[in-house]
Design a protein around this ligand. Structure first.
Ligand SMILES: [Zn+2]
Length: 414
């Protein structure tokens, strides 16, 4: 069996002398094999061969010289094999399933439980260039799909312009994937399981058909893993009529591109993404922006080709009852406290209706949470808030914001 992995070889003797060895993980292949038997009744001897791109002949480590296996972090794809002779530790990083399988085989070699163990003789093992696990793959033609399926070691995958209608489920198996680009296809739906991709940081879905169906299932975007890592989201050209209110859950998001859709409104929760720096919303049907955006430290915003009107900064009251502002219900008051202190909440602690209520809360111009839906349209110049503002050249950079107010004090102040 061969394991595609990264290995750091730590020499314990040098470490004891305080001489640091490389300390770098190198792309490697580990192969478990057996030495050819001298006599048929002799117990076979097992070895681990370590190949790297530099060391193509391989270094041999005898399984019987192995002193200890550290497998506490095997679920994170980490393990260390400690050898008595030579005095080295092989620190291994690999894909979890493959690593577990490798360790299981290794265990059978150690315990001698080798009934159905079929390993190649050492002489038959060699490492070909294709074994060296690929981490990048770009597919722009159907003939470029690898015969054996997508390599599990991929960190970057592009499948561009193939008119793919269905999301390829084998992508879900690529646990190391950091960058995924599926632009210029015809994908309408992404499975919810996609939200469990553990390392995905950049997702490009530009020019697909995600907005074609009226009720978009966004669960794939809010899986517990993906919200922890996603930094770039490109949903350009997808016919989207709206963005989900839960978009604020992407708490690592830095770049959001929703150009060329049919957005008439941005979610008022958008400003709760404190990491957001680059926002492009050109070629939509927006007439105003949520005031929560004023609290984002955007480096760049592009608002070209929308329906922003020019008005003369007058306050326009849409709907308002003073009761909403002065006297909130108990739910309103309690929710404000929860949001202000960023108290953790989840559906297993409080009813999901409340979770929904809290998730959808708005933000006052002062940054405090607001739980009612009353807003005023007020004009502000984007340049006073953000570094780079790209706008149509027939107008200035002032646009209307939907402003929520947490108290009469804030209303008067603005
Ligand atoms: Zn306020």
């Amino acid at each position: 069996m061969k394991l595609q992995c990264q290995v750091d070889i730590v020499n314990r003797l040098l470490n004891n002398l305080n001489i640091r060895t490389s300390g770098k993980y190198l792309k490697s292949t580990l192969a478990l094999a057996k030495e050819p038997k001298c006599k048929s009744d002799e117990k076979p001897e097992y070895v681990i061969l370590l190949f790297t791109s530099i060391n193509k002949t391989g270094t041999k480590y005898r399984v019987k010289c192995m002193k200890q296996v550290f497998c506490k972090c095997v679920n994170k794809g980490l393990t260390t094999l400690r050898f008595e002779e030579p005095p080295v530790d092989l620190c291994i990083k690999s894909e979890v399933t493959q690593l577990k399988c490798f360790l299981k085989l290794l265990k059978s070699c150690v315990t001698g439980d080798v009934k159905d163990l079929k390993l190649s003789d050492i002489s038959n093992i060699s490492v070909t260039a294709t074994d060296n696990a690929p981490t990048k793959l770009s597919i722009r033609d159907r003939s470029q799909f690898p015969d054996k399926g997508l390599p599990r070691t991929l960190e970057s995958l592009q499948i561009i312009g193939l008119k793919l209608h269905n999301f390829r489920r084998d992508i879900l198996l690529l646990r190391n994937l950091v960058v995924l680009d599926l632009s210029n296809n015809e994908i309408e739906k992404i499975p919810p399981e996609f939200g469990r991709m553990p390392n995905l940081a950049e997702l490009v879905l530009a020019n697909n058909q995600l907005g074609n169906k009226p009720d978009i299932d966004w669960r794939w975007l809010f899986g517990p893993q993906i919200i922890q890592k996603l930094k770039l989201l490109d949903l350009k050209g997808n016919n989207l009529g709206e963005l989900p209110k839960s978009v604020w859950k992407l708490q690592k998001l830095v770049t959001l591109n929703v150009d060329n859709n049919k957005l008439t409104k941005l979610p008022s929760t958008l400003g709760r993404i404190s990491t957001l720096r680059y926002l492009t919303i050109s070629q939509n049907e927006l007439e105003s922006l949520p005031c929560s955006l004023m609290h984002c430290r955007l480096e760049h915003i592009d608002i070209c080709h929308n329906k922003f009107q020019l008005k003369k900064g007058k306050k326009e009251c849409l709907i308002n009852s003073p009761w909403n502002m002065y006297v909130g219900s108990l739910v309103h008051l309690a929710s404000k406290v929860v949001l202000k202190h960023k108290t953790f909440y989840a559906p297993n602690i409080i009813p999901w209706t409340l979770v929904d209520f809290l998730d959808n809360s708005n933000m006052c111009v002062c940054g405090n949470p607001v739980v009612n839906e009353v807003f005023y349209l007020m004009e502000f110049d984007l340049k006073t808030f953000f570094n780079v503002v790209v706008f149509d050249n027939y107008r200035n950079s002032s646009v209307e914001f939907e402003c929520y107010f947490c108290s009469p004090v804030c209303l008067v102040a603005f």
